[in-house]
Design a protein around this ligand. Structure first.
Ligand code: PEP
Length: 245
C-alpha cells in the first residue's frame, strides 16, 4: 500500500523565527496518522532534528562533494538530519534549466545518501492546452526516475506547473486522469509500482484538500504556500488522516 504523505515545501521562505510554526504544528501532529514531511530551506534543516516530522531538502547536487560553489549534496542533507529531498521541482527545472537527466542523476545521488527522492513532474499550461499532458508526463517519468527506484526510496509528485502558486487547481477528473496514468506506468515498469506514493501538488489548501484526497491514486499532497503556517497546513494533514480539526 502506498504511504500517505503530507509534504510541505517552504521554497526560499523561512528564517529561524519561523521555526515557531513547526513547533505549533508539532503540538497538534506529533502522532500524525500519515507521514508529515517538511522541506524547509537548507539553513533550517539541522534545527528541525527534535521535531516529530520527516525533514527534506529542496534540491541536491548529483555529486557527493567537490568544486560546486553554492550547491548542497545529498549526503550533506542527510548529515544535517534530512531523510528526503525534492528533485525536479518545476521551479528548479525553470530557474536552473534542469532537464530530466539531471533530475534522474540527483535522485540517484539521493538514494546513494540514503534519502528518499520526491521526484516532481508536471505539464505547463501550454502543454495542457495543446492536449499533450500525458505525453509530457510519460517523457518525464521515463527520464526522471532512475531504474533503481522503488516504492521505499521514491515518491512521485504530480504538480501541474500552471497550478503552482496560482490558486488554479485542475478539476478532480483531470487530477484523477493523470494519477491513474502515472500509477499504470509505474506498475508496468516497477515490480512495486502499485506501492509508490503519488502526491498531487498545486494550490492545495485546507478548503480543497478533502476532495483532492478523495481522487483515485492520490496518496497525499506536496504543498507550497499553505505549508508555511501551522494554521494552514494543519487542516491539510487532518484531511489526509481523515480526522476532524
Ligand atoms: C509547490 O511548491 O510544490 C507547490 C505546490 O506550491 P503551492 O502549494 O503554493 O501551489
Amino acid at each position: 500500500m502506498p504511504r500517505k504523505i503530507a509534504a510541505g515545501n517552504w521554497k526560499m521562505n523561512g528564517l529561524q523565527a519561523d521555526m515557531v510554526e513547526l513547533s505549533k504544528l508539532a503540538a497538534d501532529h506529533a502522532s500524525a496518522k500519515v507521514d508529515v514531511l517538511i522541506c524547509p530551506p537548507a539553513t533550517l534543516i539541522a534545527g528541525c532534528k527534535d521535531l516529530p516530522f520527516q525533514i527534506g531538502g529542496q534540491d541536491c547536487h548529483p555529486h557527493e562533494s567537490g568544486a560546486h560553489t553554492g550547491d548542497i549534496s545529498a549526503s550533506m542533507l542527510a548529515d544535517a538530519g534530512a531523510t528526503a529531498v525534492l528533485t525536479g521541482h518545476s521551479e528548479r527545472r525553470t530557474d536552473h534549466g534542469e532537464m530530466d537527466a539531471d533530475v534522474a542523476a540527483k535522485s540517484k545521488a539521493a538514494y546513494a545518501a540514503g534519502l528518499k527522492a520526491v521526484i516532481c513532474i508536471g505539464e505547463t499550461l501550454t502543454e495542457r492546452e495543446a492536449g499533450t499532458t500525458l505525453n509530457v508526463i510519460d517523457t518525464q517519468l521515463a527520464g526522471s526516475i532512475p531504474d533503481t527506484a522503488t516504492a521505499a526510496n521514491t515518491v512521485i509528485a504530480y504538480e501541474p506547473v500552471w497550478a503552482i502558486g496560482t490558486g488554479k487547481v485542475p478539476t478532480l477528473e483531470q487530477i484523477g486522469e493523470v494519477h491513474d496514468h502515472i500509477r499504470a506506468k509505474l506498475a508496468a515498469r516497477f515490480d512495486d509500482g502499485a506501492d509508490f506514493s503519488l502526491l498531487y501538488g498545486g494550490s492545495v489548501k485546507g478548503s480543497n484538500a478533502v476532495e483532492i484526497f478523495g481522487v483515485s491514486n492520490v496518496d497525499g499532497a506536496l504543498v507550497g504556500g499553505a505549508s508555511l503556517k501551522a494554521a494552514d497546513f494543519s487542516p491539510i494533514i487532518h484531511a489526509l488522516e481523515g480526522t476532524s480539526l
